[in-house]
Design a protein around this ligand. Structure first.
Ligand SMILES: Cc1ncc(COP(=O)(O)O)c(C=O)c1O
Length: 416
């Protein structure tokens, strides 16, 4: 084929593509997938605990007994029996939802894309907690949102800061559409939004007529403490709930959903039609069989135990070996620990050195819509076994301490 000169198409690409971000850490993270690297980079669920004999039977039965349906197109809003299973999954977290308030999507990620598609005009304001989930930031950016990051502390997004930002945005004539949060064991920080702040957040959304996106893939992965009411449980009018089976069963099946007011579900359906017509019938049916016929709650219990061990190993080794000038989040569930290093550190530079030492993480700046996060990093404990976690953290700690030593040699005055 003739060599293409990409500049040739520049005038044809949509304005949208000019704001889509090419990640400058992608190449480094590609290297991190090599088997000899201890990678705290990817949030890949631990799948070794699944019962594959049981899954083989489910899939075989679906193909031999129900092939004409499982290989066929399905309805845009999703496979009805699976919606019933989803209602049960949500009930397990104390929420009630009816089938016409649900649409099944290709993972939670498509849900975020479709929500952005139906709500965001170029320039509309979207508030998001920061550090925030990169996939959500990417979706908002693709639809040319004006993203405003609201800081977090150990109780989650600072709702007072959000309130003053809303008022400021309104004064500037901005059109505010959405507030995004991962209230339970957030990706990337591991932080949970307190009940008091949840209530305050909903109050604000109602007062200013804004919709909240509650993205909750980790809610069931709770290691300790009592569950806190989900936003959708407190208010199903101003809250759009995004769910996913990726972290409690399988990300490969690509099944997620939105629970929201039926008028929103209808519009999401129009958006999905032009995106993929419908989600895969086969994977929806596999998911339905799994959630209706197996002991999926038992598997979640096993996952929680396993992830808790991983979290404990990572937290203990960080506390032992990271320099006292650093701090970390204290996740009581989920996949991630967030680490803050001294202000002068640059975790993107650190990643290159880490990969040389066969350990990886995601630099903090990937989780901000602006230039914050330079000295921060996300450490995922989900996939790496505890003894490897200890080894990886040891390598990282040595690199961090080495950089800090170098900095103090070069800047002797600042260290005093
Ligand atoms: C907060 C959050 N939302 C959404 C997703 C997307 O998940 P999926 O599309 O697999 O459901 C992820 C994946 O890591 C996530 O962490």
């Amino acid at each position: 084929m003739k060599e293409l000169n990409f500049d040739k198409w520049r005038a044809l690409f949509s304005d949208r593509t000019t704001v889509m971000r090419a990640s400058d850490i992608r190449d480094l993270l590609d290297v991190a997938t090599r088997p000899d690297v201890i990678s705290f980079a990817g949030g890949l669920p631990y799948l070794k605990l699944l019962n594959y004999d049981e899954l083989e039977l489910i899939v075989t039965d679906l193909i031999t007994g129900n092939g004409c349906f499982s290989f066929q197109y399905g309805s845009t809003s999703g496979y009805l029996p699976l919606k019933k299973s989803i209602a049960e999954i949500m009930a397990a977290e104390g929420m009630t939802v009816s089938e016409n308030s649900l649409i099944i999507t290709e993972g939670g990620q498509q849900a975020l894309d479709l929500i952005s598609k139906i709500f965001i005009n170029p320039g509309d304001t979207v508030f998001t907690e920061v550090p925030g989930y990169t996939g959500a930031l990417g979706a908002f950016i693709s639809y040319q949102a004006n993203i405003i990051g609201i800081g977090m502390d150990k109780n989650g997004m600072k709702i007072d800061e959000l309130e003053s930002q809303i008022e400021q945005s309104l004064k500037c004539g901005e059109k505010i559409k959405l507030i995004y949060t991962v209230p339970n064991y957030s990706n990337p920080s591991g932080i949970t939004l307190s009940l008091e702040r949840r209530k305050h957040l909903i109050k604000l959304a109602k007062k200013f007529n804004i919709l909240i996106i509650e993205d909750n893939p980790y809610g069931m992965l709770r290691f300790e403490g009592k569950p806190i009411d989900n936003l959708f449980k407190i208010d199903n009018e101003n809250v759009m709930y995004v769910g996913s089976i990726s972290k409690i069963f399988s990300p490969g099946l690509r099944v997620g959903w939105v629970a929201a007011h039926s008028s929103i579900i209808e519009k999401l359906g129009y958006g999905k039609q032009s995106s993929d017509l419908c989600s895969s019938s086969l994977t929806q049916m596999i998911a339905h069989e799994y959630f209706s016929k197996t002991d999926w709650r038992g598997n979640v219990t096993k996952l929680v135990k396993k992830y808790r061990e991983h979290r404990n190993a990572m937290a203990a080794t960080i506390d032992d070996l990271f320099p006292p000038e650093s701090s970390r989040s204290e996740p009581s569930g989920g996949f991630y620990i967030w680490s803050n290093l001294p202000k002068y550190m640059n975790t993107t530079d650190l990643l290159a050195e880490a990969i040389n030492n066969k350990v990886a993480f995601v630099p903090g700046k990937a989780f901000y819509p602006d230039d914050r996060g330079k000295n921060e990093m996300r450490l995922a404990f989900c996939t790496v076994e505890p003894d490897e976690i200890a080894e990886g953290i040891k390598r990282l700690a040595n690199i961090i301490k080495g950089q800090m030593k170098l900095y103090s040699l070069l800047n002797p005055k600042e260290q005093k």
